[in-house]
Design a protein around this ligand. Structure first.
Ligand code: PLP
Length: 403
């Protein structure tokens, strides 16, 4: 094996595909016109914008007029929630979401609460799945929006989106899903799943950073988020990021064309990783659902180990992983997702997320597990808790392995 970095943090961001870069390049230097201009130099940009919108609509199963390009997934989430709360104020002021959403949703909800909006944060079960009976029970006459993520960014759990969509439709409530982790990884058809709004982001599917989209079903009353020019049918002002949008559409097109094969390959590799870790490293648990899980996601908790130390030692071995979501690493608080699935603080602290991509190989997984085994032994040898545990007899505390 070479000194090449082993990149297992594809949920944080991904390497842009060469074909995507190639598709983007002409829009920096040749087709650089402003898509809103009338002269023919801008024609290429205008055409590329429409083509990209058509590509996205084809993939999501909607009309191209329902696709709005944004600056990132966080912007799409902010827009969906804030603008729906404003536009539907006369109908009600209650939003339902879950405790395991990304901070782009949770912090937006907290901001909305300060503006007088009431928010219910639903619990999840021990695998991270929302319970449909709790959703039904939380619905009030004033409920205007249900926002539940398609798949969780930390533990990879896929939520019961079809069922949530059906409940929302039956009750006449808007349904938004943050599909930033799911889009491009698993099939999504907004019509079939009764989704009214959906957020996605290019950099999670081997596209460029700084471009996202919000799908808004026709008929949904939603206000502009950025005020200014008439771009994006007057709903999102700002000169369009044509190279970024073209790159996003190219990445999505490749993701859709290769999805079946990637899903099979990554699921197999992921299960190989999970099985090796659980069978070779004692006092370890798998977080999230064994089956309702994104193909590329594995998330473990190792007892008697501190996550940050594990990441540093992995980094020294040339392996990139994560102990929480990209946005929360840097904070020492345990992840809100791991706490929500019922992990005690000390176990949540010893967690590691490894996320695979289309370039990940079995050899890389083998090297990672081999290094990880050594690192865990080393850290446990330094841990007073592990020392106590060994002295006090194993029967008192740790469970050998939990899935
Ligand atoms: N939602 C989820 C589930 C995510 O995983 C992320 C990024 O990690 C975001 C939203 C934010 O997306 P972006 O980085 O494009 O703002």
């Amino acid at each position: 094996m070479s000194n090449k970095v082993i990149y297992l943090d594809n949920a944080a961001t991904t390497r842009v595909r060469r074909e995507v870069v190639d598709a983007m390049l002409p829009y920096f230097t040749e087709e650089y016109g402003n898509a809103s201009a009338v002269y023919s130099l801008a024609g290429g940009a205008k055409e590329a914008l429409q083509k990209s919108r058509d590509t996205m609509a084809g993939i999501l199963g909607c009309d191209s007029r329902e696709i709005y390009f944004t600056g990132c997934g966080s912007e799409s989430d902010n827009w969906a929630l804030k603008a729906a709360a404003e536009a539907y104020r006369a109908k009600g002021n209650h939003i339902i979401t879950t405790k395991i959403e990304h901070h782009a949703i949770l912090h937006t909800c907290q901001w909305l609460e300060k503006q007088g909006v009431e928010v219910t944060y639903l619990d999840v079960d021990e695998s991270g799945r929302m319970r449909l009976d709790e959703l039904r029970a939380a619905i009030r006459p004033s409920t205007i929006l249900i926002s539940v993520m398609f798949a969780n960014n930390e533990i990879g759990t896929i939520e019961p989106i079809r069922e949530i969509g059906a409940i929302a439709k039956e009750q006449g409530i808007l349904f938004h899903t943050d599909a930033v982790q799911a889009f491009g990884q698993i099939p999504i058809d907004v019509e079939e799943l009764h989704i009214d709004m959906l957020s996605a982001s290019a950099h999670k599917l081997n596209g460029p950073k700084g471009v996202g989209l919000l799908y808004i079903r026709q008929g949904v009353k939603i206000r502009s988020f950025l005020h200014g020019g008439a771009q994006e049918r007057k709903r999102r002002a700002g000169t369009e990021n044509i190279p970024g949008i073209v790159g996003f559409a190219k990445a999505a097109e490749i993701a859709a064309a290769t999805m079946q094969e990637r899903m099979e390959r990554e699921t197999k590799l992921r299960d190989y990783l999970i099985n090796r870790v659980l069978s070779e490293i004692p006092y370890t648990r798998l977080n999230g659902s064994r089956t309702k899980r994104l193909p590329g996601n594995a998330n473990f908790s190792f007892q008697f180990v501190e996550g940050e130390s594990m990441l540093i030692l992995l980094d020294m071995a040339g392996i990139c992983g994560s102990s929480g979501s990209a946005c929360t690493s840097g904070s020492l608080d345990p992840s809100h997702v791991l706490l929500a699935i019922g992990l005690p603080h000390e176990i949540a602290h010893g967690s590691l997320r490894l996320t695979l991509g289309h370039e990940t190989t079995q050899e890389e997984i083998d090297v990672t597990v081999d290094r990880l085994k050594e690192i865990i032994v080393k850290l446990r040898d330094m841990s007073p808790l592990y020392e106590d545990f060994k002295k006090g007899g194993r029967e008192r505390g740790g469970k050998k392995n939990v899935q």
